[in-house]
Design a protein. Structure first.
Length: 512
């Protein structure tokens, strides 16, 4: 298809109701990725029981998906700009479905980690393609704001659907079933997307620089690995070497982009203060949230004793708040200001996390539910508006690369959040004292994870098992409270930074 034909097809979609049908297809991909990310938290206790991973392996299973996506998003966003966003989206969707089967039937922690990494490779093709296509389908700024709001709302709906559907499946089937729910969604996306989605790409993209791809991948993976391992085990020579390698690779990457006529990522985008502020806000917000969210499902199930389906329902307020806020975020940002909405949303999330520092095993649901609702509303406002700012800051031809930067910030924040805040929870948890007389092998298994404590305590007499579980649960809650406090501090600081960085940023009111 020639560039003229592509523009004609895109214009036809823009003028017809087909643009909203195309959006419906795009949000299926968003729904899929969001469901897959949230459903794992509920499945963690079952994975612990079946595959018996160590605490470190459990963290890797949780964050390697985001870890790999973060390393590949920029490359995949740029690839979509070159070969076509629709083509990349459909290829990624097929791969995502196929690798989901491998995840479902993993038989060892190592195989599950590999499968999650491959799922990340496929996932890296989906998110930037969806946002870039929205940028090219919706030319009217107000319509685009609504489309981005729907896109964000569906991501939040996926966060709600994941735990609820996952909880139902976990009560009736084995843990691998939570990955198989990807298959019907993928099938619909591919079949309908072939017909409804218009193709779009950069009409003069230049070559895809493989050296830049390699530098981006090596740099991101090495830096995140170094941070993750240092948080878990302290500074060692190999961790320092990884950090140096990562920083050197990313520095080389940036310098190379500044010399290429067709860079993988146009670094000049970051000269726009609104663009840079929005990206930074996304990264730090997710960092402050993700580690806590990863362990919240374990708290609901293994500390408060809720069934998986009940735990999923308990997390619904966050998604409900995010959906509602996302749909009106564009209107509110135009009525007041971008920086007021983003900074206010982040401050609200920080205050809600601060409330969770009072969490106890016996804490009633009203506090937890209210906190989650405020988290959802604040995050819904912030993420929707920052995504709109990022998309409207760049030409349509660079939509894939800009979307990839936005998603990279999100996924990198998730990986770092689980690594740093997750390590805080794990570090505090491992300090609990097992009852006197507990066999060394049982105590060792219990100290690996809370799921391990639940499983290993089954071999002890009732009174000893109860004492060990109580000690383990108390330590887990102590770690969760500390992580919530750190997350609250990060969010409040990010709100202050966003207030200054986003000064003067506005959403467009009419098409150019």
């Amino acid at each position: 298809m020639t560039s003229i034909e592509q523009r004609t097809a895109s214009a036809e979609v823009e003028r017809s109701p087909g643009r909203w049908l195309a959006l419906a297809v795009l949000v299926l991909a968003v729904l899929l990725v969001a469901v897959d990310a949230t459903v794992l938290g509920l499945a963690t206790p079952y994975i612990s029981e079946d595959l018996k991973p160590t605490g470190t392996q459990l963290l890797w299973i949780g964050d390697i998906y985001s870890f790999v996506i973060a390393g590949l998003l920029v490359s995949m966003g740029s690839l979509g700009d070159r070969i076509g966003r629709k083509k990349l989206l459909l290829i990624g969707a097929v791969a995502f479905g196929a690798v989901s089967v491998l995840n479902a039937y993993a038989t060892t922690p190592e195989l599950l980690m590999l499968a999650r990494a491959l799922l990340g490779v496929a996932g890296a093709t989906l998110m930037p393609s969806t946002l870039a296509l929205i940028r090219n389908i919706f030319h009217d700024p107000r319509e685009r704001s609504l489309a981005v709001g729907i896109w964000g709302a569906m991501a939040s709906a996926g966060a709600a659907v994941g735990p609820v559907v996952g909880g139902f499946l976990l009560e009736h089937f084995w843990w691998g079933s939570v990955f198989l729910i990807n298959l019907p969604v993928m099938a619909v996306l591919v079949v309908v997307g072939i017909k409804l989605l218009p193709e779009s790409k950069n009409p003069a993209p230049g070559p895809w620089d493989l050296i830049s791809v390699l530098l981006s991948l090596v740099g991101m993976i090495a830096v995140v690995y170094a941070i993750k391992e240092a948080a878990a085990h302290g500074i060692r020579w190999d961790i320092g070497a990884a950090a140096v390698l990562g920083v050197a690779a990313l520095t080389w990457f940036v310098r190379r982009q500044l010399t290429l006529t067709a860079p993988l990522l146009d670094m000049r985008l970051f000269r726009n203060r609104g663009f840079s502020g929005a990206v930074l806000a996304d990264l730090l917000t997710v960092l402050g949230l993700s580690g806590l969210v990863f362990f919240l499902s374990q708290f609901l199930q293994l500390v408060q004793g809720r069934r998986p389906f009940e735990a999923g329902l308990a997390e619904l307020p966050a998604a409900v708040g995010a959906v509602a806020a996302g749909l009106i975020a564009g209107v509110v940002a135009r009525r007041f200001s971008v920086r007021a909405v983003v900074a206010g949303g982040l401050a609200a999330v920080g205050i809600a996390l601060a409330a969770l520092t009072t969490l106890e095993q016996s804490t009633g649901y009203p506090l937890l539910g209210a906190s989650l609702l405020v988290v959802g509303i604040g995050a819904g406002f912030s993420f929707t508006v920052t995504a709109d700012v990022i998309l409207s800051s760049v030409p349509k031809e660079q939509a894939g690369a800009a979307s990839a930067v936005s998603e990279t910030a999100y996924e990198l924040g998730a990986a770092l959040g689980i690594a740093l805040l997750g390590s805080i929870v794990t570090g505090v948890y491992r300090d609990f004292t097992a009852p006197a007389g507990t066999p060394p092998e049982v105590a060792s298994a219990a100290h690996e994870s809370l799921g391990g404590a639940v499983e290993s305590s089954a071999s002890l007499p009732a009174h000893e098992a109860q004492a060990m579980l109580a000690s383990a649960q108390d330590a887990f809650v102590d770690g969760l409270r500390l992580a919530a406090g750190v997350g609250a501090g990060v969010l409040i600081a990010t709100a202050v930074a966003a207030w200054f960085l986003l000064k003067g940023s506005k959403l467009e009111d009419s098409a150019p």
